[in-house]
Design a protein around this ligand. Structure first.
Ligand SMILES: *Cc1c(COP(=O)(O)O)cnc(C)c1O
Length: 400
């Protein structure tokens, strides 16, 4: 790459897209790519979805931004819609996942102080990802993301993911814990799916102790896992739920939803955002919710996920080097026994966009509007690529 005026925050694959439609992207040379990443679970409705495009264009021609110093009816409408879908009481609208989690962390601290806890603490997990701002990277369970940014924000207690005994142990020794913040499925952490009952038991512990259960549904929410929200697989209602990625289908928007006592903590002056919930973003999100609902994409994601898992399992049966195939809805993983970052390049060369996370986990987050034929194509192509990679001399996979 020649000199760039961009700060170096991503090591990018050598391709730029100029157009998208549904699950497909095109580069400037006219090459076509099947997008099984969807901008990291953002474009759940695929690219250039007509209903979202129409909503954005119409709103852009009317009113893009005013200010949170004025009433914004589209915000009211979006909050009402989100609360109805999630059974939460109210919403704070912002511009990203990290901001949604910042709001959640601030709610937990207000909640603690209200209960006269001097230094309110939040339990978080190893392998988690909550964002890149200082508070959210401090909450994140990945040293690589924190390194160099010390001093970290204090007040987080870390436990292994999917380990209830560790949560109970922290509770015994730290009277200042006021909340738990977890992902229902650890996305960046390699699509780690906790044992059945994990969220239910966390709910029970939180109820016993008077803690807030705060679920980071930024990646899992909005039909991605086959339900509207991943906590619904266990029938668990959190006190705080954060959303972002899939909410605007690419228009930046995040939301922090709260219920019960957590919904009564913010007052004018305690939190805010200049852009948060502006008319353009809210209009896009309303269009997204409408399509998700009308097309029953929760059920569709569940069905497609099952189909893909079965197809992967069949096509990779007995292939040495495949450690695990797992997923829920359209949040899917193929875990290998070796680092496999270069699979992203190998797939790109074959016209397939995938992601590798946690070093050795192929992560798929395709648009929820995938057709059966596209799903079959994805399974065929991907398993071919994985098989070829695993058959290559081991050194190739272990140098990076
Ligand atoms: C992506 C993600 C975030 C951060 O969202 P940004 O919009 O990048 O700030 C937080 N939590 C989870 C679970 C995520 O997947």
């Amino acid at each position: 790459m020649p000199h760039s005026c961009l700060m170096s925050t991503f090591s990018r694959l050598p391709v730029a897209f100029v157009r998208g439609e549904g699950v497909w992207l095109w580069d400037a040379q006219g090459n076509k790519y099947l997008d099984a990443l969807a901008g990291v679970a953002v474009c759940g409705l695929g690219h250039a979805h007509p209903a979202v495009t129409a909503a954005i264009c119409d709103q852009a021609g009317k009113l893009v931004h005013t200010s949170n110093w004025y009433e914004i009816p589209l915000q009211e409408k979006l909050a009402e819609r989100l609360c109805r879908l999630s059974s939460m009481d109210n919403a704070f609208l912002c511009n990203s996942g990290a901001e949604a989690n910042e709001a959640a962390i601030k709610l937990a601290r207000l909640y603690g102080h209200k209960r006269e806890v001097l230094n309110p603490g939040i339990i978080v997990t190893e392998g988690s990802f909550h964002g890149r701002t200082l508070a959210t990277l401090s909450a994140t369970g990945n040293r690589k993301i924190q390194a160099g940014f010390e001093p970290l924000v204090q007040g987080f207690y870390r436990v292994p993911y999917n380990d209830l005994a560790a949560v109970r142990q922290i509770a015994e020794h730290n009277k200042n814990v006021v909340a738990v913040l977890v992902e229902p499925i650890a996305g960046e952490g390699g699509i780690q799916i906790p044992a059945d009952g994990y969220l239910k038991d966390l709910r029970r512990i939180c109820d016993e102790r008077g803690w807030l259960l705060m679920l980071d549904e930024i990646q899992t929410g909005l039909c991605r896992t086959g339900k509207w929200f991943a906590c619904q697989h266990e029938g668990v209602a959190p006190d705080v739920m954060t959303l972002a990625k899939g909410l605007g289908n690419g228009v930046p928007i995040g939301a922090c939803l709260a219920r019960g006592a957590a919904a009564q903590l913010f007052a004018p002056g305690s939190h805010g955002s200049t852009f948060g919930g502006n008319p353009l973003a809210c209009r896009a999100a309303l269009a997204v919710l409408e399509v998700l609902e009308k097309e029953r994409l929760d059920a569709r994601a569940a069905q497609l996920g099952a189909r893909l898992l079965q197809d992967f399992a069949q096509r990779l049966a007995g292939v040495k080097g495949v450690k695990d195939i797992r997923g829920r809805g359209l949040m899917l993983a193929i875990e290998l026994d070796r680092p496999c970052k270069e699979l992203m390049t190998a797939a790109l060369e074959r016209g397939l966009l995938i992601n590798v996370t946690a070093e050795n986990v192929v992560r798929l987050l395709p648009p929820l509007i995938l057709s059966d034929a596209e799903a079959d194509l994805l399974a065929r192509e991907l398993t071919d690529i994985v098989r070829a990679f695993l058959a290559a001399p081991a050194a190739a996979g272990e140098t990076r």
